[in-house]
Design a protein. Sequence first.
Lengths: 505, 337
Amino acid sequence: MFDDIGNLMHGFAVVLQPQNILLMVVGIVLGVIVGVLPGLGGANGVAILLPLTFSMSPTSAIIMLSCIYWGALFGGAITSILFNIPGEPWSVATTFDGYPMAQQGKAGEALTAAFTSSFVGALFAVIMITLVAPLVASFALRFGPAEIFSVYFLAFCSFVGLSKEPPFKTVASMMIGFALGAVGLDQMTGQLRLTFGSETLIGGFDFLIAVIGLFGIGEILLTMEEGLSFRGKSAKIDLKVVIKTWKELPKYWMLSLRSCLIGCWMGISPAGATPASFMSYGIAKRISKRGNNFGKGEIEGVIAPETAAHAAGTAALLPMLSLGVPGSPTAAVLLGGLLIWGLQPGPLLFVEQTEFVWGLIASMYMGNLVGLIVVLTCVPLFAAILRIPFSVIAPIILVLCAIGAYTVHNNTFDVVMMLVFGVVGYFMKKANYPLAPMVLAIVLGDKAEVSLRQALLGSQGNLGVFFSNALVSTVMTLALIALFWPIIQNGLGRLRGKGAAAPAQ
Amino acid sequence: MSVTSRILSFGAAAVVGAAFAIAPAAAWEPTHPVEIIVPAGTGGGADQMARTMQGIITKHNLSKQPVVVINKSGGAGGEGFLDVKNSKGNDHKLIITLSNLFTTPMATGIPFSWKDMTPVAMMALDEFILWTNAEKPYKTVKDYVDAIKAAPDNTFKMGGTGSKQEDQIITVALQKATGKKMIYIPQAGGGAVAVQLVGNHVDSTVNNPIEAVAHWRAGKLNPLCVFDSKKLDYSEKISGDKSWADIPTCKSAGLDVEYVMLRGYFMPPGVSKDAVAYYIDMFKKVRETPEWKKLMSDGAFNTTFMVGDEYAKWVANAEKVHEDLMKEAGFLAAKSN
């Protein structure tokens, strides 16, 4: 333990060399740019920039690479809030309240809250990694197919019923998402599904294409219809907004702590950041006194998903280092970088490469701090983008969306698909069908299905496998409670109502 | 390009172009970035190899143009192969293959074959090892096979990557050799497969060496035998006093199953002979770097290098082997037309 702290201090000493601090800032700025361009996303960005680092020493290289990673994570929130276009799956939940806030001229507040929450979430997770790394790695090993499915199930259940739209519309939207998610190769049987002989459909529908279309293009169509307001939104360009928002944030410490815990837990289990952000948002909405305001521009609705997503994203680096299984596509590319320097991720990395590991952990602390400072000073700049008239910004967004959609697979058909999703998104919004359940189902539906079938294959069809040990039973029970919570709450309310009414009679 | 490498590339071109009596002396060089397509997800064996090569090429300045790695994993890699098949004459595109070059068209009916592409070079052959969890009492293949034989069908679980691909082909061959059915549980990637075994969620895997070596070194997994005709070459101590070379072949241990996987490059159809020669030359230089040698020994690869007709002949034979194996296992797609 004390050795570890000594190692960490040594790590800080390495990280704090002037040259490395410079690399950090460069990495963060590049990362933010990568994160802002929709569709380019963290994974592609890190992959493109990876060769830049080959000429450096491994420690400097990993500092720069991980800073690109943090920068991309921070950057993802910017487009979600300003333009309703989430660049990464875990930014989807941030749009629910972040975009309405920007619409109301509170972009600065939303961005500050998002960045600060990201920082808090990541910091919490890094501290956890520092203190309990070995314990945590063995916990991750307990997740077999049944356990993984139970976590996805919990994410879906905590989401159903929180929507203000009629439950049937939520379910319908989710089912369309499942159907779209099923297109392509079925991992369990190796057969193609729902491709109708088309060669372009064998890859299935990529989440990013769907999201860029549904949210980005759909939003532009809606705005055009709403009377083509050619004026920009008013947005104060003032650093004071950061200070003002910070004064408010400590109020939400309970929410932050809960989101951190959800995030760390989901990050260590292989489910990752996306379910963490949705689950945290769903639970915050249930518990918050202002729950009814969620979706209309509530700051709590930005804090909850951002904190959880970043706690999860950071915590997910631990299984990557100790087990060699990357938690996200971006982490996978980062893993590729490690291999080039001859660092083999695995249980022994912590023992054999202490200098590297603690250097990386130290750079997580410093990278996040530097990242926070860089992005916060740019808040007024980002918020000012909204002042640009819609007639100017809309074509730019359209072009960026098209480039983003193309870069996902270097495929022109994806651009067409994006436009189709845009029209679908427009009509769904007109008909009051919520988009979020559909997106959630596209992202997680396939994975949930695979782990369900793996679990049932292993148990030879026996459903008891989902209640076969304490871990999986607990998660499944929580999920069922979350699913039927409105009914349970109603029932409790009635009991209480009766109890209160009885003495009066 | 130096004089020596010019001569090298001339030599290589002469090997490839058996049909071409004279290889043109003018050296071809890429004029814009070169794409390496990986027909599999990020983090897998093919992806690791492609990205390591990208790193080596950049670090040692082996190409004036940047090399870009692009994953096209849709449809068990069919997406990537179709892209290359449809990029006729594109001298700036390469694809790194794994066994899905054969298994994907056979199992799914996606229309492509290696004959639609231009073979460039075999970089290495990847080995397969039978792994069990070190906590389990199986010390030898015989212990494990006896345990399988003593239990009823569908007692033992085998984890593997994908469905109707190499891991499941080996599993079917194992079933035939032991006479007992196993439950095959497909995962998305080799790293996840190894972790499922460490967590005791499956009983065995046939992971490639590089996917499981970290867990072996940590004493979590135990290699029982290697599915090759001869033992591995690497005698450096990996785990305790054991090296790759100490692992017996499955055949010598009484389990008559052999399988190795191609890690090689192809290009689109109709590319110029000069471009092929250029890449062969570049790959030869990659093979000389310390980083490449490290990758080979980390992953206990079989380092056979082949180009030209020899390579094409090897691939044609491998296709035949896969067709027989897939047919026997009942994995061939129903012919719809």
